[in-house]
Design a protein around this ligand. Sequence first.
Ligand code: GLA
Length: 389
Amino acid sequence: MNKEVYSKTISLFQERFGQSPAVVAYAPGRVEVLGNHTDYNEGLVLSAAIDHGTFFAIAPAEGRECRLVAGDILHEVRFDVGAPAPSAEESWSNYCKGVLAGLLPRGRFDKGFNALFLGDIPQGAGLSSSAALEVTTGLAIARLYGIEVSKIDMAKIGQKAEHEFAGVKCGLLDQISSLYGADGMLVKTDFRSLEVENVPLDSTCALLVCKSTARHALVDGAYNERRAACESATAFFKANLSHPVTALRDVSWAEWESLKDKMDPLVASRSAHPIGEDERVIGGSELLAKGDVAGFGKLMFASHESSRTLFENSCSELDSLVAIGKATPGVLGARLSGGGFGGSVVMLVKRDALAEAAKAISAAYLAEYGEACETFAITPSAGAAVIKE
Ligand code: GLA
């Protein structure tokens, strides 16, 4: 948690509203380590909450009006507490308004609020700054209005905000990772049972995030298209397998291979990705438990290859970063993290080689693209919480 950003949140809040916040919440971003586009297919993911996040400071207002400020750009929106509606111009506000909309049926909202948020999650890096904003907003509002919400319900409220106010049909990965993070631990989630477990990351390794210069934007429809292809594939397997199929989680790699030639070729290759990823998360978890980090790293490379060739949610900048990682001493594995189509690559790096590897990767990327790529080591961190009231 970044203390400077916290202090700035409080001082900006006081300057804007002439009062101190009654509640401050914090939610981290996340990095996806293995299991890509499996969450909405009821599959498995290994992820981690990261040591960058968003603070949300809030205090009650006199009347019904809510004032909401984005602390980085100092834009403000105002709306009635009972009628949050999406805004095309101030699209940043939609994540917060969508969460308020999800909380309205659970409490009494007679009075509005003054709120301001500020964070240090790199934008456009695919590190789930929007989910962190949803979660931190939800925790702060729920506490201010005295509403009890379970972690899973809070994750679902954030997801609904994303679907209905931002137009991205995301799964639950980002919100769950932000809520269930633990220091030094990965978050292993089963998106069918919604069971979440913290598993340790080997202490000899670190996670290095390399932010490509290709900006990540899920709102452009490519994510929703991939999701639709997975749904078509599910319908196909349901009609062609003798056991029940409610999601791609129910389809094994062997079953996919036996039926792939009967499928629409694009739907076949799209569906191969989450099916293969589930198997990699199962195998990868076993390898991690045995301390076989080299084996785990190989699965990360395989995951990226599957993204690149089958799901086609990579891009040349991400592919180059993975190739650079593969050629860099101390890098055990590398893959795109999150939705794809830009954003970041996450690498598993031997801790003692981290500084040298980061330098070498930046230099190689600069030589290829003429622009630097930001690299930062990520410490798996504790999940979201109310931090002051
Ligand atoms: C984005 C979505 C998540 C998940 C990942 C891909 O981060 O928001 O729900 O689908 O992409 O694994």
